[in-house]
Write a protein that binds this ligand. Structure first.
Ligand code: HAX
Length: 432
């Protein structure tokens, strides 16, 4: 048993026992209320699932096992330039403990050991037209690995409930180990004429991914470490995480549940917003005929977009009510590593211009930027301007959070998810 699995087993067994006792004693305790607006308004704020790996506060933003982004940047083992390694975050999400350098290096080695991608994945991807959207290729690539599922095989052999988590752990570790290779393969076949780059196992998970994408730039490696860390988890209610949780609760294996979640991430109101942001900025630049638009020009363009009944991508959030700390972390990265980028200056000007305009509409609950408002400009700076690929990067990172949470769900014996729906007639009856 690898050391992370051993540590997780101890923690999970203790929490399983504790939760059972809490449930027994307080199972009928009322913790919250639901109002009609929540039922008809996308279930905002309704508490209905357990999610151990992170929690989101509307003002403060995300905390991973209690640690904010600035705290994990300081505390997690990092690459040479100080950006945290996502391996460390995965360890933290599973154990609640900040790992040592040695534990993180051990996890990197474990993922390298498991990283061999079955040939059928490449054959399947190669059968797809190269202009297939990268997110479609990504879910196809994930599903092409499903025949390898340890959970699926062991369940068919009669896996007892108490061992579900063990098989889900194996699948999750294998998936995370292989995703960068699959994702890089999609990038190179779609945009680089199919000239693939072999993995380099002397590098950590993020730097190896950067290498297979085609960059060995030290700054880009650092960006990838930060990017893959901060996109990993955003509590359980967001569409991709919730989808993985729902599908996983049917005991569909991690390949199937993760692929389902990636189809949710591929929606423009969710993860695909990262491609929409840069597309919108490029179109603005084209329309205005300048790479250095003034704030007045940007304001006119924003108003034009709104007049066309479209949203401003990268702004707003279903939970957050302040600028997203993931946006702020990316801005800090740009300030530290990147000098004189007209595109990044434009992203910052948009940040000055958009919130008051959205506020002025009187209906937008959060006028501030979210994680997707900044990421594209950073990627373009390092030569990755193929924006239809951006959500795949998000997806590779999101695997860490949702798969860690999936291991927790099976270890805690979470049942089939099955909330209640109602009809409009039922609502009218209740209001009488
Ligand atoms: N531009 C224009 N209008 C916006 C807006 C924006 N950025 N954000 C919200 N609104 C509008 C809504 O469309 C809604 O209008 P209607 O009443 O006419 O339907 C109104 O303001 C109220 O919406 P809300 O309650 O403030 O926001 P929601 O919780 O319903 O939606 C969204 C949250 C993120 C979907 C929304 O803010 C949005 O569409 N933003 C742009 C797309 C985006 O950036 N998505 C990424 C979000 C973060 C994420 O998941 N990343 O992966």
């Amino acid at each position: 048993m690898d050391s992370l699995k051993k540590k997780f087993a101890e923690k999970a067994l203790a929490l399983f026992t504790e939760l059972r006792a809490i449930n027994k004693e307080h199972g009928e305790t009322k913790l919250d209320e639901v109002v009609l607006r929540q039922i008809t308004g996308g279930a905002r704020g309704i508490k209905m699932m357990l999610w151990e790996t992170s929690q989101l506060d509307a003002q403060e933003g995300i905390r991973f096992r209690g640690y904010s982004i600035p705290e994990i940047k300081k505390l997690l083992p990092s690459g040479p330039q100080g950006e945290p390694k996502p391996e460390g975050l995965f360890w933290l999400m599973l154990t609640g403990e900040i790992p040592t350098e040695e534990e993180v290096n051990g996890l990197t080695a474990e993922w390298h050991k498991r990283s061999e991608v079955p040939q059928q994945v490449f054959t399947t991807l190669d059968s797809m037209p190269t202009d297939t959207h990268p997110m479609t290729q990504f879910t196809i690539g994930i599903m092409a690995m499903q025949p390898e599922s340890v959970f699926d095989r062991r369940y068919a052999e009669g896996l007892p409930k108490t061992e579900y988590w063990d098989a889900v752990y194996e699948d999750s570790m294998n998936l995370i180990a292989r995703l960068p290779r699959v994702a890089a393969y999609i990038y190179r076949r779609t945009f680089k004429g199919g000239e693939h780059i072999a993995p380099d196992h002397s590098l950590d998970w993020s730097a190896n991914f950067a290498h297979m994408l085609g960059s060995d730039d030290e700054d880009f490696r650092s960006l990838m470490r930060l990017y893959l860390t901060i996109h990993a988890d955003h509590e359980g209610g967001n569409a991709s995480a919730h989808t993985v949780n729902l599908v996983g609760s049917t005991l569909s294996d991690p390949y199937r549940s993760f692929a389902a979640g990636m189809n949710a991430l591929a929606g423009p109101l969710h993860g695909l917003a990262n491609q929409e942001v840069i597309k919108w900025i490029f179109e603005m630049i084209d329309n205005l005929g300048t790479k250095t638009p003034t704030k007045e020009q940007i304001a006119d363009y924003v108003n034009d977009t709104l007049a066309q009944k479209k949203v401003i991508p990268g702004y707003g959030h279903a939970v957050l009510r302040e600028p997203d700390p993931r946006f702020v972390a990316q801005r800090r990265f740009a300030e530290q590593y990147i000098k004189d980028s007209e595109l990044i200056e434009t992203v910052w000007k948009i940040f000055d211009v958009v919130p008051p305009i959205l506020q002025g509409l009187g209906k937008v609950k959060n006028p501030w930027p979210n994680v997707d408002a900044h990421s594209g400009a950073l990627l373009v700076h390092y030569g990755f301007s193929e924006y239809s690929y951006y959500t795949v990067l998000f997806g590779v990172s999101r695997a860490l959070g949702v798969l860690a949470a999936g291991i927790w769900s099976r270890a805690l014996g979470m049942p089939l998810e099955r909330p209640k729906s109602v009809t409009s007639d039922w609502i009218k009856q209740q209001l009488k």
